[in-house]
Design a protein around this ligand. Structure first.
Ligand SMILES: *Cc1c(COP(=O)(O)O)cnc(C)c1O
Length: 360
């Protein structure tokens, strides 16, 4: 491939080209210090500067209030499936909404450490639906309510913040920094950063300080929010390179106009693709209209052969990684922050051309 393709992968995923170019320019010699960020001590003053800048930028962009701490961790969102119950569940019950694969795994993982109450289960609609407030059955006195804000595999998203009367925990892996969030409403937000804001290897946690310090005694120290807060995310070696890349990506987000602009762009990009779906006789969207994700658009033709042909034809046009997850089949077009509008246009045009060629 001569030039960069449009990469619609769900994660690891497309990164902003200016961030990649800056990393390239600074690769061998960061700011004249004579070494790469990859080679620095994580305890040195240069890396301290890099971490502080990324952290400040992050807090600034998402308007994280002083009541909340920002942590840079490892272990992915999957690590948080365990860390959240270990730290927050106590001897009580936690309520989980299961709206897809990852929220189901999160609920099962939490079940190892305490009582889990399923507040919603979407299996019967094949996870095409996001429950309304009235469909949630929260166990009274729950230690917390956990939900996945954007379901990466099924292409659905919550367009509201549930008012449950219990502390709120959200997995925002595939949508963090794509829109403004009222962080004050949450006890905890976590995200595997490789979907929308960094390379794989970094996990971001935003926690209301009041919820730290109550962990189960068996909690591994690298999963203890309290210890990580006390050590400024540096209880052990942090994912230095990813934190550096996060900083470059967030500089780009800020230059572009912040999360408000990211939100405007994701609406514009996803509308191009949903518009094709809504006017098609070939494609069927997976998500219900009121439950649609602006980050991951899922659809199928109804024929596995045709789906495979679609994916192959897309790749031939430089539109990569549009094959759906094995749980859903069909196609998935991920439209993260770094996907230019021209990429959304290109996939929408291809969808229309493919329909003209193949519709019977
Ligand atoms: C990708 C993803 C996960 C799993 O993340 P890892 O970092 O691989 O553990 C969990 N939740 C959501 C919503 C995801 O998109």
């Amino acid at each position: 491939m001569a030039d960069r393709a449009y990469n619609f992968a769900a994660g690891p995923a497309v990164m902003p080209e200016p961030a990649l170019r800056r990393a390239q320019a600074e690769l061998l010699n960061w700011h004249g210090c004579g070494m790469s960020v990859m080679e620095m001590s994580h305890r040195g003053s240069q890396f301290a500067e890099i971490l502080a800048a990324a952290s400040e930028r992050f807090k600034d962009l998402l308007k994280i209030p002083d009541t909340h701490e920002l942590l840079f961790l490892q272990g992915g969102a999957t690590g948080q499936f365990a860390a959240v119950p270990l730290n927050l569940m106590g001897s009580g019950t936690a309520s989980y909404a299961v709206t897809g694969n990852f929220s189901g795994i999160a609920a099962r993982e939490a079940g190892k450490y305490g009582r889990v109450h399923i507040a919603y289960e979407g299996r019967d609609n094949n996870y095409s639906h996001i429950p309304a407030q009235s469909e949630l059955d929260i166990a009274p006195g729950s230690a917390y309510f956990h939900y996945c804000a954007n379901n990466t595999i099924y292409g659905t998203a919550w367009d509201y913040i549930p008012e449950t009367g219990v502390p709120l925990v959200a997995d925002m892996s595939s949508e963090i920094m794509s829109r403004p969030v009222d962080v004050s409403k949450y006890a905890l937000i976590y995200a595997g950063a490789q979907k929308n804001i960094s390379p794989a290897g970094l996990t971001v946690v935003i926690i209301d300080r009041r919820f730290a310090g109550h962990e189960s005694p068996m909690t591994p120290q690298i999963m203890s929010y309290e210890k990580m807060i006390a050590k400024g995310s540096m209880l052990n070696t942090p994912p230095c390179w990813c934190i550096y890349m996060l900083g470059l990506v967030l500089d780009w987000v800020a230059e572009q106009g912040g999360v408000e602009e990211m939100d405007r762009r994701r609406r514009e990009r996803s509308a191009l693709v949903y518009d094709v779906l809504d006017n098609s006789r070939l494609y069927k969207a997976h998500a219900e209209p009121g439950s649609r994700s602006m980050m991951n658009v899922t659809f199928r033709t109804g024929s596995e052969e045709l789906d495979a042909e679609f994916v192959k034809g897309a790749a031939a046009r430089g539109l990569l990684n549009v094959k759906g997850h094995r749980l859903t089949g069909g196609m998935r077009v991920s439209l993260y922050n770094a996907m230019p509008l021209s990429g959304a246009r290109a996939i929408a045009e291809y969808m229309k051309d493919f329909e003209v060629e193949h519709h019977v």
